[in-house]
Design a protein around this ligand. Sequence first.
Ligand code: ADP
Length: 631
Amino acid sequence: MTTAQKHPFKTEVRQLLDLVIHSLYSKKEIFLRELVSNASDAIDRARFEALTHKSLQRDEETWRITITADKKNRTLKISDNGIGMTAQEVEQNIGTIASSGTRKFLDSLKTDAKSANNPEMIGRFGVGFYSAFMVAEEVTVVTRRGGVDEPALKWSSNGDDAYTLEETTRNDFGTDVVLKLREGMDEYLDAWRIKAIIKHYSDYISFPILLTAIDADGKEEPKDETINSRKAIWKKASSEITEDEYHAFYRHISHASDNPAKTIHYNAEGVTEFKSLLFIPTQAPHDLFMREGQKGIHLYVRNVFITDDCKDLLPPYMRFLRGVVDSSDLPLNVSREMLQDDAIIRRMRKSLTTKVLSVLGDMKQKQDKEYREFFETFGRVLKEGVHIDFENKQKIADLLLFHTTRTEEKLLIDLKSYVERMPSEQKDIYYIAGDTLAGLKTSPLLEAFERRGYEVLLLTDPIDEWVTMGLPEYSGKQLVAIDRGDMDLGTEEEKKIAQDKKKEAEEKAKDLLAAMQKHLADEIKEVRLSSRLTDSACCLVNDEAGMSPHLERILKAMDQEVPASKRILEVNPDHPLFGKMDGLFRECADDSRIKDYAELLFNQALIAEGSPVRNPARFTRLVSDLMVKGL
Ligand code: ADP
């Protein structure tokens, strides 16, 4: 590869570039933050590899980022002596292969018009490099990978549909990004402007950022100067840090464009010693629900960046947090493998988890509005903790908010309030799970509860049922699914009366129930009388041990094998329909009509719970026939 070769950009990259170049976004200055941040990451990586790789070692004070503003050639160069890139890495990171972030970013534009004119969003999706094309008509990257025996490379593009790649030379490992500025972008050559941008966005970068200015005659200003203060913000006392500084650091560390909803600056002392600065974002990142690729917390060991991919530092249900943890206990030559299942990491996780849960508890108590917003955005993640963090189950359960049959759209309540307002004779905490609130609110299963004034939790998150499996009880009260098993409500005395009455009715209707069951045998395990219905004619319930239809639908949607489980059809003995059917059954033993009605009832019950009817064509025909008869 001695001559320059032309490579087309992947379609997604082209679309992205087109967007960046034609963006009318006014804060174009963020390109510098992105490039400086990449340079700083590259040095972090080199410094980490240097721990085990001699050829990468440098004197500690020589790691640096150099910005050269050349007024004569109208170029701005950002250089680092970081890790650099191999040909393969160039192609992967800034070339023909569109990162998953690029695609996600473009997808997000389709659904969220707000991001269209906000290139700040670019950083969140890990495609910040391309923001350079907002100000540059041509970008050239010269890079040499450290620690491998590969030639340096020159990548160049004017942001249209292709880039060129050729071998070149570079004295040392590291990367230069050279921007040939567009017309009207000269402000980015002014030393004062560059200093102001760095101060604003990149002051806490821990390596020195040096500025070299070359004037219009090609004369270099006499001396380089370091333009960032390099203070590791998490090491300062919180009294010395302004809110603005916290927020700017948050945006830097998490590539975000929002402000954090909460800042947690926490230093642990004693058995484990570390400093940490954590943030709860306002907006959810695009990959919140993906198991892979979650890089939240940057782990440092005594000021040396180790990794942003230490999965064990926080439990997975806190993966919405962003920030830094700087340990004084871990050895500096720690390898990423060593971090797995490490006793020190485990202690740190325990300490951080306790702290975060207590901050959330506090927030819930004192900042109602903020907490509800947090829960709306991240509650689904937090909930997972009930299932996986046995030790903190109680604390997490206290943090959960729920819709119920009595809450307004937005005003969810916690389990404590639910229990406090339970009528004295109510024994258990009741819930029902389904796809939508509207669907759940009209479920026939709720009738008996409503009549008694019992509140029922309405669960619509796909993981809610899994969560309840992990939380069999709260404050001594069992959590009971109202669509499962036999449901007898009321006092012992009331129950006895109801049961006697039901027994009697069952005795009378025995043959009809058996006939219905025979006709529905393929789908239904049992047809029985219900004590949970008042207005509706029928409903479907599950066996005590059965899977709910909601969970079944979710598993099917995920292409999971779902064991075929038959359910129970409950009919309301007090509903006129049942009386009529009973009459019909006694009068004429016309089996086919009983069959039709049984099918209609079964399908009605399916519709009421939001499941599809079994045979839509036959169902509509039966309904039409009935209508003809009735009209
Ligand atoms: P992000 O930094 O969010 O991952 P970018 O588009 O800014 O996204 O960069 C893409 C990738 O290119 C980086 O993850 C990194 O691997 C590589 N890269 C960018 N700049 C540099 C640099 N100065 N030195 C080494 N690698 C770099």
